[in-house]
Design a binder for this molecule. Structure first.
Ligand SMILES: O=C(O)C(=O)C[C@]1(C(=O)O)C=C[C@@H](O)C=C1
Length: 284
């Protein structure tokens, strides 16, 4: 059976670049080339995995400049059965694509909110009076390039793919810009040294988060990330997303998760996985 991989499209997105890296890895290890399936949004990408319409999905989760991709965290929390198989880190280098001859002509810039945010300083400095309009993806933004007053932030790869001129590159505020992606599926996956989980706490009382954190600290389990998201039930009510540097197979992790259950309202364990650091010849 052909493995199908959902990702944010249209073709040319950074999510597609990450998917191609994983597809290459699968082709090398299994001898079979997977089928790439672009979806119009991150939520629809994850929904396709949850529905069983595709075998795998690749979604962005965190960026070194802008932090969490909150759409991904919110959707993963809602879609109960999703499991993480693999983490993937990709360098991200943004370009300004436009038919304008010079920056002064541009009045509107389109892009995915994450890309706009990662270039915020550059935009303020070089295009202080333009209107920034969010799109579902960096390549969706290319549809709005109508005349020389419009520009889009996307990858050099997208510029090549759609034969669009690059007016400025790189334009991300920090050169060492990386995004972490998760490869997700409905299948639990056995391996790796990172475990991601999320929980809500029973009540918004003092110390509600202290106990869950102590459970890991007491067992010497390192937390590599903690992020809060609103539960959306009431103001000040949060979910906590945690990454730990250990596998759920370790005795101490199993014990910690058992104990954590008794101190949380809902606990979701998304799985243990390894992280692939991809260093391409030219940046994505
Ligand atoms: O719009 C794209 O090209 C995407 O793949 C989405 C996305 C994101 O959501 O973070 C992925 C990587 C970059 O950080 C910018 C945008």
């Amino acid at each position: 059976m052909t493995v199908s991989i959902a990702h944010l499209g249209p073709p040319g997105t950074y999510a597609e670049a990450a998917t191609l890296v994983y597809a290459d890895y699968l082709t090398q290890t299994t001898g079979h080339k997977p089928l790439l399936c672009p979806y119009p949004s991150i939520t629809q990408t994850l929904q396709a995995v949850a529905n069983g319409d595709v075998t795998l999905g690749v979604v962005p989760v965190e960026n070194s400049i802008e932090g969490s991709v909150t759409i991904t965290l919110d959707a993963i929390w809602k879609l109960d059965l999703i499991r993480i198989q693999q983490g993937l880190v990709l360098p991200i280098s943004h370009a300004l694509l436009s038919n304008a001859q010079e920056l002064a002509e541009i009045k509107t810039v389109y892009s995915h909110p994450q890309a706009l945010a990662q270039c915020q300083g550059w935009l303020e400095k070089f295009l202080p009076n333009v209107q920034a309009i969010p799109t579902n993806s960096t390549t969706e933004a290319l549809q709005y390039l109508q005349d020389t007053t419009t520009a889009a932030i996307a990858s050099g790869r997208a510029a090549e793919l759609y034969q669009l001129p690059i007016l400025a590159h790189p334009i991300n505020d920090y050169p060492d810009n990386c995004t972490r992606f998760w490869v997700v599926s409905l299948q639990p996956w056995p391996g790796g040294n990172y475990t991601s989980l999320a929980f809500s706490v029973p009540a918004n009382v003092p110390g509600a988060l202290v106990k869950p954190l102590q459970i890991f600290a007491q067992r010497n389990i390192n937390l590599s990330r903690i992020e809060s998201r609103p539960t959306k039930r009431s103001l000040g009510d949060y979910l906590f997303f945690i990454d730990i540097e250990a596998n759920t197979d370790h005795q101490s992790v199993r014990e910690a998760l058992q104990e954590l259950k008794t101190h949380t309202e809902t606990l979701k364990i998304f799985g243990s996985y390894s992280i692939l650091n991809h260093q391409p010849q030219s940046p994505c």
